[in-house]
Design a protein around this ligand. Structure first.
Ligand code: FES
Ligand code: FES
Length: 910
């Protein structure tokens, strides 16, 4: 058959049933992405005869003789398509995984379709941006700025990979085709709790193309945690590469490695597993009761499980003052129980890795990871390898949101590589993301708060039960964090917290944007709103009266263990004022013109430590190259959070040049020093600070050598674009590098930042919304978010982080929910039945920044990746309470829940 792809003829024969997506990728069109393989996300969109289609649903043979255009073919004669140019100007992406499909769809829209973008973009999901930057691109709004030498910080500079992203040239983990690649597929447990009695592998091994079957007997008998942290002692060692006991429905049981995906899948179907069913428990409160099945009852203290008999992975307890006395002093008391659901990260690039042994026998792992260095450490430990014999690296990562702060694929790929000696690939399906990766921790939070008539808090008490699922990866740490800043942000003499991270026979929870705070923040900020209501106070005035101020202690659990959190800057007062002003100013949508709609507004705040506790390290090296440009090696991963852009800006500012004279190497354990990884919103404040220090040290080295080479003291010389200068004398940097080389020297330096002391960042969100009394539907009329990010190094990117965080959190507030049946199975394991926010679901958010400068962050910056997510659920709940007079204590606020409560109150059930 003949196919015309991007203007070129290809003679090829699709396999029976092959979709156009895989066919095009086999032709090398890697810009055709896979987000779902089910027609739900649009990442695979291509044009067939000028019409956009989801190529994962389009049979390849139907494209025969028709003109197929992928993102790689959109540019003509070296000229970008106007829509690519528009996405470049607006920087309409973050991770960029959705971008090729989004651009193809947008490029095919006519004028009238562009007037109705919610409809026109229904088939394309973006998980990162919140769609504002995408709308800007389609409407032709430019967001980027240029910078002169040493002027990059504070400007909306474009991402260094922007051109590659919008042209489809950016390569993600799966966008390579190594020779001799084997494919790995996993057989997963159908049972929530079972012991494997036997696995018959002979029929699978007899299938053509199957090269190996791996079972628990092939895997190291070592327990570890899939969570990745610099300090590992907080995570229970309760997981094995392949275990003999299945503790949740969806757990890996065996792996089949074959010459093709189809053969590996067929091999999985031929495995015969004999299970002994074990009693299961799904509710964390029941799991703590005596008599409940002990899910990790086989483990001793070396596993660091707090109380395996009671299924407690970790617990926190702390108090200050005397809460009983505090409540006795209160004039008003509020008490309630708040329930948050299990949600999925839904990054569009699923978990994936390709591993191989190089010519020296060294294990290489090309991975979609937020933590290449920590993953290398874990692989070396697991397989008894010298860390120098393991390389882990990322090229470009298609989103993570915490999910890739786990080792969920690299371990089994490494096992397969070491067993077969061949390159091996594993790419999770979208279903596997839902049933076999990790989720946010569902929590049940009981809160009680009291205040005096004058509005002063007298007591705060909280009990948190967090469902960590079958494994304790991140469970204790998430619990610890969930009990932290949401309480610490309020001045109150009497506080008490008890928290439990509890095992159940459900899919494991893990790191998720906000790291536990969104769940507890929902309870705390709702409770504060209730107190304000009882006191007849404005909710913002109530918060202004009670929030901590610089100089106040920030009292929360663990605040005395190596306490290094300080007020490096403080902008919460500004954030509250900015939001109040914006709401008072009005604006936004009008409520629908009908008495059926109730209108209300709500506000919530959040505080977050800018770095996780207990160590976060970045070692950065910088060198002046022979051509007079700079190379900076940073270990942290870029997964759409924009940290590489910030690192360029920092380096260019310190080295008095423009970003095009900087080359940054990232995310590769072969590139120099250690980096803990891209989590905890540390890309700017830790890796960025280390970048600043490395570049400052390099500047000093260059100036010192300039003095040695050209005379005068180092202080007499200064760096300029492309040269060092002293008065009227100018020496080009390439000349200086050559002079250094002639003396056997290289002009290089390094910088390290270990993440301490840590500062605090703040976010305040307000919503105005309308609720329909008859349907429970919610329309958001106005969304305002104020953030204290210190000095904002890249306003466009920082705004994008806020917009994306608000959109993702709105999904959790309004629709997203993983449904688990009474056998422990996830029943909505696809995007179609798990509602991700689409373009039309997300309101435009007005983003405002406090004017502060932090003492610890680079150039005064603070982190702003996770924290915008945290106050959203509570702000929506508070607006709902304002509109209806009903306090909704369970997310998501789905119309059926809202409707039922409103119908009862207003009698609108008809
Ligand atoms: S991969 Fe085709 S629509 Fe998602
Ligand atoms: S930029 Fe759209 S999914 Fe990441």
């Amino acid at each position: 058959m003949t196919f015309v792809v991007n203007g070129k003829n290809h003679a090829a024969e699709p396999r029976p049933g092959q979709c156009l997506r895989t066919f095009l990728r086999e032709l090398g069109c890697f810009g055709v992405k896979k987000g779902c393989d089910a027609g739900d996300c649009g990442a695979c969109t291509v044009m067939v005869d000028g019409e956009p289609v989801h190529s994962c649903l389009f049979p390849a043979y139907r494209a025969r003789g028709r003109a197929v255009t992928t993102i790689e073919g959109l540019a003509r004669n070296g000229e970008l398509h106007p829509m690519q140019q528009a996405f470049l100007q607006a920087q309409g992406f973050q991770c960029g995984f959705c971008t090729p499909g989004m651009i193809i769809t947008a490029a095919s829209l006519n004028q009238s379709q562009r007037q109705d973008l919610p409809w026109a973009l229904k088939g394309n999901i973006c998980r990162c941006t919140g769609y504002s930057a995408i709308e800007n691109a389609i409407r032709g709004v430019s967001a980027i700025e240029k910078a002169e030498a040493a002027d990059a910080c504070g400007r909306s500079m474009p991402a260094p990979a922007a051109r590659a992203v919008i042209s489809g040239a950016a390569h993600y983990t799966m966008d390579v085709a190594p020779a001799g690649l084997l494919h790995l597929k996993l057989l997963r447990s159908p049972l929530a709790h079972a012991r494997i009695k036997s696995i018959r592998t002979d029929e699978a091994l007899a299938l053509p193309g199957v090269r190996a079957v791996l079972t628990w007997q092939d895997a190291p008998r070592k327990f570890y945690s899939s969570a990745r942290h610099e300090r590992e002692s907080g995570d229970p060692d309760d997981t094995m590469v392949l275990d003999r006991i299945a503790r949740f429905s969806g757990q890996r049981i065996a792996a089949v490695v074959a010459e093709s995906e189809a053969a590996a899948e067929a091999g999985c179907r031929k495995l015969v597993v004999d299970y002994e069913r074990l009693p299961a428990v799904f509710d964390p409160e029941q799991a703590m009761q005596s008599g409940a099945p002990a899910i990790h009852g086989d483990k001793g203290p070396e596993s660091r499980i707090r109380d395996a008999r009671r299924n407690i992975a970790g617990e926190v307890h702390g108090d200050v003052g005397n809460v009983a006395e505090g409540f006795a002093q209160a004039d008003v008391v509020y008490e309630g129980t708040y329930v948050t659901q299990r949600v999925q990260h839904a990054h569009l690039e699923t978990h994936c890795a390709i591993g191989w042994l190089d010519e020296t026998g060294r294990l290489n792992m090309r991975s979609s990871s937020q933590t290449p260095f920590l993953t290398r450490r874990a692989l070396a430990n697991l397989f008894d390898l010298d860390p120098a014999r393991v390389r882990v690296f990322c090229e470009r990562v298609g989103g993570g949101f915490g999910a890739k702060q786990e080792m969920l694929v690299e371990d089994i790929v490494a096992l397969a590589v070491l067993k077969t000696g061949r390159p091996v690939k594993l790419e999770f399906t979208r279903e596997e993301q839902f049933i076999g990766s990790t989720t946010r921790h569902p929590m049940r939070v009981h809160i009680k708060v009291g205040a005096r008539r004058d509005g002063r808090l007298t007591a705060m008490q909280m009990r948190v039960v967090s469902n960590t699922g079958a494994y304790g990866n991140h469970g204790p740490a998430v619990l610890f964090h969930s009990c932290g800043e949401c309480f610490g942000v309020y001045r109150c003499d009497n506080k008490k917290i008890d928290g439990f991270a509890v095992y159940t026979n459900t899919i494991p929870a893990g790191a998720f944007r906000g790291y536990g705070l969104p769940q507890t923040n929902f309870a705390v900020e709702s409770a504060m709103d209730e107190l304000a209501r009882k006191l007849g106070m404005d909710p913002i005035a109530f918060r202004e009266r009670n929030v901590v101020r610089p100089g106040d202690p920030m009292i929360s659990v663990g605040s005395d263990e190596g306490h290094d959190v300080k007020y490096g800057s403080y902008g919460l007062d500004q954030c509250l004022a900015l939001v109040k002003d914006a709401i008072d100013r009005g604006g936004g949508l009008s409520p629908p013109p009908s008495d059926d709609w109730l209108v209300g507004q709500g506000v919530a705040l959040g505080m977050i430590d800018t770095v996780p506790p207990f160590g976060h390290i970045a070692d950065v090296s910088a060198v002046l190259r022979d051509d007079g440009t700079y190379q900076v090696a940073v270990g942290t991963a870029e997964f759409g959070n924009g940290t590489s852009t910030v690192h360029y800006q920092i380096a260019a500012t310190v080295l008095a040049t423009t970003t095009d004279n900087i080359r940054i190497l990232t995310s590769d354990t072969d590139n120099g020093g250690h980096d803990t990884g891209a989590y905890g919103s540390t890309g700017t404040v830790v890796a960025g600070r280390a970048t600043q220090l490395a570049c400052e040290a390099l500047r000093a080295e260059i100036l010192s050598f300039a003095a040695e080479h050209g005379g005068g003291g180092a202080a007499a010389w200064s760096l300029a674009a492309g040269a060092v200068v002293r008065g009227g004398r100018r020496v080009g940097l390439s000349e200086l590098a050559a002079a250094a080389r002639a003396k056997g020297r290289s002009l290089a330096a390094s910088g390290r930042w270990n993440g301490t002391p840590r500062s605090v960042a703040f976010n305040v969100q307000a919503f105005r919304l309308a609720v329909n009394k008859r349907t429970g539907a919610i329309k958001i009329l106005r969304s305002v978010h104020a953030a204290d990010a210190g000095r904002v190094i890249n306003p466009m990117q920082c705004r994008g982080q806020v917009e994306g965080g608000v959109a993702q959190s709105l999904g959790a507030a309004l629709y997203e929910e993983m449904i688990i049946d009474d056998t422990g199975r996830v029943t909505n394991a696809n995007f179609r039945n798990y509602h991700l926010p689409q373009f039309g679901d997300v309101p435009r958010t007005e983003v405002l920044f406090a004017d502060t400068s932090d003492a610890f962050g680079p150039f005064g910056a603070k982190s702003m990746s996770e924290s915008p997510y945290n106050p959203i659920n509570a702000a929506i709940g508070n607006a709902l309470a304002d509109a209806t007079g009903i306090r909704f204590c369970q997310t998501p606020f789905k119309p059926d829940r809202i409707f039922a409560a409103i119908a009862e109150k207003f009698g609108t059930a008809e």
